[in-house]
Design a protein around this ligand. Structure first.
Ligand code: C2O
Ligand code: CU
Length: 554
């Protein structure tokens, strides 16, 4: 593979959206940030210079970083923040991924504005497993907040209130012409009649999945989280925060202007009431001589309504990996470690700490009733240097036995998780099965994301997981291989993966409000028996852990 070098300068820049101007943290002054373009097998060195006002880190979402957790990025998990005035160089190696991924800040809510796409092209001498498109386009879906996000989040954490909601969704940085003061700047993708396009779609949004549809055009999903899938043809898609999708579309309609629209999918919660503008739009615009319509066609019949969870399930249950000779699957046929993880919302109090239940005055999220607390120095360094007192290695394989996780009459204990920094330790090459079970407490979809590995999604369903009947329906032949999995609302999902990447790897919900409230934990994957099966030693320079950087947790 080739080696590429990027310079990322974190700096404040002024942007005008929705009729007002504000300063946001950016990489190299752009929103969304620069695209990293590589071929499979390449290595990228990204030197991140922090010219901003606060510490930050960058994560390479979906890049497995074999044996190199030091460059993974989540703050207080694998490194401490890069403080203002300092820099840190990440080494990012693309070994098995092919398709679209993304990078983003992994420090509190900084990723709202600090993110960009990663395009991993096939290795030299290899081709796409689908007809080569004529052109490619990156589409990053994200959020825009009119007020200062960092201030709002810190206030929400201090008071225990719900976190702020965005003022608009964006297509490559633009809310689109249905939003105020956004007409001139609407994102336009120019196409030629008859050509085929590959859209590389990233959901960089903070807290909600999106439905996406293009008026009058069908789309074909061919890739998911930088792994190819059997083609899924549809009039819409649904994409969760953290997910990336490769989609083919042919410009085969009457030359005109067509909306591409993204709409929040917000399950049954009345979140929608808080938003003025639930649709972000861009325009698919044919080149040529014709009279454009007074307003572009809208995908009114194909874009599902914001709480259409049946439409969401109808799309996501169609994912199958290629499982071909060139793109084989390697689904573990059984598991050496099984975990049943209840992912839930709950409440803790401001004063409780270290496992003492509180008075329930602050919103919290938990996994197996434990709400994650960031340690003062990163878990990786504590593990590497054998520093005690930073984390506990007793994250449970199961929820508390009394835990009534889906009934309508949840006991108070269920709603008051313990706080803790608990990790799950795995032997090298263990095969791990996790059943994620959602609950009915402020029920929502939870996009669970694992660092350092991809997992096979072998089953999903609505309601309580039934250990007698549900495993009979598992797909062990061609399940999709992903880094982020949307656990259905009040439902369950089962994944399997091989723990073949030694290091410390974060696992969390990719909604930032749930991440902030503690729906997180980490795996430690131990070294194997040889140095090539062991994690690398840290680079000569890692950002130091300063006391001021430490107190950012709940
Ligand atoms: Cu995309 Cu831990 O994150
Ligand atoms: Cu969640």
């Amino acid at each position: 593979g080739n080696i590429h070098y990027y310079e990322f300068v974190l700096k404040e820049s002024n942007f005008t959206r929705l009729c007002s101007t504000k300063s946001i943290l950016t990489v190299n002054g752009s929103f969304p940030g620069p695209v990293i373009r590589v071929h499979k097998g390449d290595t990228v060195f990204v030197n991140v210079h922090n010219h901003g006002y606060y510490g930050a880190t960058i994560h390479w979402h979906g890049v497995k970083q074999p044996r190199n957790p030091w460059s993974d990025g989540p703050e207080f998990i694998t490194q401490c923040p890069i403080e203002p005035g300092t820099n840190f160089t990440y080494e990012v190696t693309f070994t098995t991924e092919e398709g679209t991924l993304w990078w983003h800040a992994h420090s509190e809510w900084t990723r709202a504005t600090v993110h960009g796409a990663i395009v991993v092209l096939p290795a030299a001498g290899t081709v796409y497993p689908f007809p080569k498109p004529d052109e490619e386009e990156v589409i990053v879906l994200a959020c825009w907040y009119k007020r200062d996000l960092r201030q709002m989040v810190e206030q929400a954490i201090a008071t225990g209130d719900d976190t702020p909601r965005s003022d608009a969704y964006t297509f490559n940085g633009q809310p689109g012409d249905l939003c105020p003061c956004s007409n001139e700047t609407s994102y336009r993708m120019l196409v030629d009649y008859g050509k085929a396009y590959l859209l590389r779609i990233v959901n960089a949004g903070m807290n909600a999945p999106f439905f996406f549809s293009i008026a009058n055009h069908t789309i074909t999903l061919v890739g998911l989280d930088a792994a190819y899938v059997k083609p899924v043809t549809s009039t819409y898609l649904v994409i969760s925060p953290g997910q990336t999708m490769d989609v083919l579309v042919t410009a085969n309609q009457t030359p005109s202007h067509y909306y591409m629209a993204a709409r929040q999918y917000s399950s049954t919660e009345p979140d929608i009431l808080f938003f003025d503008h639930v649709n972000a739009t861009a325009i698919l615009q044919y080149r040529g001589n014709y009279t454009p319509p007074s307003s572009p066609f809208f995908p009114s019949s194909t874009l599902p309504s914001y709480k259409d969870f049946i439409a969401a399930a109808n799309f996501t249950t169609r994912f199958r990996s290629l499982a071909s000779l060139e793109h084989p699957t390697n689904v573990p046929q059984n598991a050496t470690t099984r975990m049943f993880i209840v992912v839930s919302m709950g409440l803790v109090s401001n004063s409780s700490w270290n496992g003492i239940n509180g008075d329930g005055s602050k919103l919290a999220s938990s996994m197996n009733n434990i709400s994650w607390v960031n340690p003062p120095i990163d878990v990786l360094m504590a593990y590497y240097r054998n520093i005690s007192g930073i984390y506990e290695a007793d994250f449970p394989n199961d929820p508390p036995s009394s835990y009534n996780y889906t009934g309508q009459d949840l006991s108070i204990d269920t709603l008051l998780p313990m706080k803790g920094t608990k990790v799950k330790v795995l032997e090298y090459n263990e095969t791990v099965e996790i059943v994620f079970q959602g609950t009915n407490v402020l029920a929502e979809v939870h996009p669970m994301h694992l660092h350092g590995h991809s997992f096979y999604v072998i089953g999903t369903g609505i309601g309580n997981f039934d250990e007698e009947t549900d495993p009979k329906g598992y797909n062990l032949v061609d399940p999709p291989l992903v880094n982020t999995l949307a656990v259905p609302q009040e439902g369950w999902a089962t994944v399997r993966f091989m723990a073949n990447n030694p290091g410390v790897w974060f696992m969390h919900c990719h909604y930032d409000r749930h991440l902030t409230w503690g729906m997180d934990f980490a795996f430690i994957v131990k070294n194997g028996d040889t140095s090539s099966r062991s994690m690398r030693h840290p680079p000569a320079y890692m950002p130091p852990c300063t006391a001021s950087a430490a107190d950012h947790s709940l």
